[in-house]
Write a protein that binds this ligand. Structure first.
Ligand SMILES: *Cc1c(COP(=O)(O)O)cnc(C)c1O
Length: 358
């Protein structure tokens, strides 16, 4: 399938001060769309000027959360070129997410090519200030006009792009975490491993409550035993305990992060032992009290590494590493951002270059 490209005749104003970009409120000039109809498959892939969609109010996406998405970034290197980090992993994960909620499958290579084409066209929007990047948001929605939802017949695939600022305008800083013991984000057998809008809807109440109390993220416990640690906000979580790194295993209710996978590889290649296993909140509190917990951090595409400064559970608040960034989190941050922004060599072939504008 050839992607038809219609360029905008009215390029939009780029942000005046790229050092002041927030997250996800400014969008670039173009949009990728492609339609699916049962019997016909995917058809009419197009890049068009950014515009509103016209969708029937009876479409299933508005009623039943029939939506999956991805999030990755394009980075500008010192020599002015633009590159992506492990984008094929995101496309494969989106197929897995789509399968979970029975949205139509698609060709991962084709979608990676669509991402590259769109970023190539809008590459002038990739910020050239430190730690800023272009956030790429592919998503798939069900457009069946059917409040009965009987097997998905129609769908739409889209990609939008948004220049985003540094997650840490004031530099890497440890965050305070509230351990949530009432709401759960996901359950085994549910959609926790899929990147879908519904998981975020389920997380909203606890996240909002934590924010109001002055915490930056919620630590999620598993939905069955209400005991095992799963994730921190929209990030995976890692702990350094007595010299080893421990991270929750992928039980089905944990999102398999690309950053998580990359951290595990970097840590093991450095000679550190990494355990993917169940870790209970009681074990975490014990390691905090005994001093065995050396470091804790969240990891995900948006923040890369987010050091954790304290955990609040029921009526206790315990601090980690005197609220300072630990050496392991700092090194992971430096290595990952170094590879992503092209400042250090990429021995893993994680980087995919975006062609220069033709
Ligand atoms: C996207 C996401 C992550 C992190 O995944 P990355 O691929 O590293 O960006 C972790 N948890 C949740 C719930 C997510 O949605």
């Amino acid at each position: 399938m050839e992607i038809k490209i219609t360029k905008t005749t009215a390029p939009r104003q780029k942000p005046a001060d790229p050092t002041k970009l927030g997250f996800g409120t400014v969008f670039t000039d173009h949009l990728f769309t492609m339609d699916y109809d049962a019997g016909q498959g995917w058809h009419d892939p197009e890049i068009v000027p950014l515009q509103n969609l016209s969708i029937h109010p009876g479409a299933a996406v508005f009623h039943y959360g029939a939506e999956v998405f991805e999030g990755l970034k394009a980075y500008r290197t010192d020599d002015g070129s633009v590159q992506l980090f492990r984008p094929a992993d995101n496309m494969q994960r989106m197929r897995d997410s789509a399968e979970r909620i029975q949205l139509p499958d698609f060709d991962a290579d084709f979608m990676l090519n669509a991402v590259l084409k769109l970023v190539e066209l809008d590459q002038d929007w990739v910020p050239n200030v430190p730690s800023a990047s272009l956030y790429i948001r592919p998503f798939e929605i069900c457009t069946d006009i059917d409040l009965g939802l009987h097997g998905i017949q129609h769908a739409k695939m889209l990609i939008i792009l948004s220049p985003v600022g540094s997650y840490y305008p004031g530099g890497l800083k440890p965050v305070d975490i509230l351990i949530e013991d009432n709401d759960v984000r996901a359950v085994r057998g549910g959609t926790g491993y899929a990147k879908c809008g519904g998981n975020y809807a389920a997380a909203n109440r606890a996240a909002h409550k934590a924010e109001q109390k002055g915490y930056s993220q919620v630590l999620w416990l598993d939905g069955v035993h209400r005991k095992y640690i799963e994730e921190v906000g929209g990030m995976n979580v890692m702990f350094k305990i007595n010299g080893k790194v421990v991270t929750p295993e992928l039980t089905g209710s944990v999102l398999p992060g690309v950053t998580r996978r990359s951290c595990i590889q970097l840590l093991r290649d450095k000679g550190l032992e990494v355990e993917e296993r169940l870790i209970s909140v009681d074990e975490l509190m014990d390691t905090l009290r005994s001093g065995a917990l050396e470091e804790a951090w969240g990891c995900g595409t948006a923040a890369v590494i987010s050091p954790i400064g304290s955990f609040a559970y029921q009526d206790q608040v315990l601090t980690v590493n005197e609220q300072k960034i630990g050496p392991c989190a700092q090194e992971l941050y430096d290595t990952l951002t170094g590879i992503q922004w092209g400042r250090i060599e990429d021995p893993y072939h994680w980087i995919v270059k975006v062609p220069k504008k033709s």
